[in-house]
Write a protein that binds this ligand. Sequence first.
Ligand code: NAP
Length: 296
Amino acid sequence: MGGPPPVVGIIGPGRAGVGLALALAHADYRVLLHGRRKRSVPKPLTLDVGSAGEPPCWMPEAGVVILAVPDDAIRPLAEMLAGAVTASHVILHLSGVQGQEALGPLVSSGAALGSLHPLQTIADPEQAPVRLRGAWAAVEGMPAAVAAAERLASAVGMRPFRVATKAKAVYHAGAVFASNYFVVVEAVAQRLLRHAGLSDRDAWAALRPLVEGTFANLMAREPAAALTGPVERGDATTIQRHVESLTRDDAQLYRSLGRAALELAQKGGMDRATAARVAEALATDLPPVLPVAPKT
Ligand SMILES: NC(=O)c1ccc[n+]([C@@H]2O[C@H](COP(=O)([O-])OP(=O)(O)OC[C@H]3O[C@@H](n4cnc5c(N)ncnc54)[C@H](OP(=O)(O)O)[C@@H]3O)[C@@H](O)[C@H]2O)c1
């Protein structure tokens, strides 16, 4: 998609919508932002609030329209927009897991349909212009939609890459592990230190330097080379003691992650005998679930 930059309309003034709008505005794009209720948006953005169930009044002006709404709201929003979308539009959404099929209600319009998923977490939209720079972005969809998505991504400093429609779910599951479950694993660690007698606050303060060290290792090398710890060392007895010290749920999580760590250690050259000892320790029988006593 060559020529002058298209006018970009964004529906959904949430974290991703406002963040991307701001980044595009900083890249000298004209951005039109639409929401279903009044709220403040950072300068130079302005928010247009329309009547419920009506497409934004700027639809004929926009070359690219981005649906920046929660994943489950994409299809209903596409249905609502159907009468206002024409063959000259490019329609994109930002979901990591859904593909162009979420825009199914717009197929008969002849518009180019696709998705643009920034592989970045946007909690504060005002930080987005900086956060998006250097982030990768998965693009998918019809050829004209892919070209438009790649152009927008590049304009805000992202690195676009293509993902097949049917591969989006597994791609996005990977993103969830890298970001969301990374946070969850830290929360589990904090809770276990609390069981060891620390306050929540001290537990996180104590873990922070460890997390920072791990993060620095990960920034310097790939995960397989950054792995340390009992699985990588082959310390089977340590692993067994860990499993025995945990509640059933935590032990299950520990064992699943331990098996993934073992796979990594084996790729790194762990010998078969050590791997077998570690696998056996990870398979340690979990404590039985205590039956709930019947109420008398
Ligand atoms: N945030 C991220 O880190 C991130 C990163 C990459 C991709 N994404 C993708 O970006 C999309 C939006 O995520 P988000 O994090 O920005 O969500 P969000 O902060 O919750 O914002 C969602 C926005 O959509 C609006 N909305 C909700 N339901 C709607 C509906 N039925 N019709 C019209 N508007 C509706 C909300 O408006 P109200 O305020 O009126 O409810 C809000 O402005 C998702 O597809 C997500 O997967 C997000």
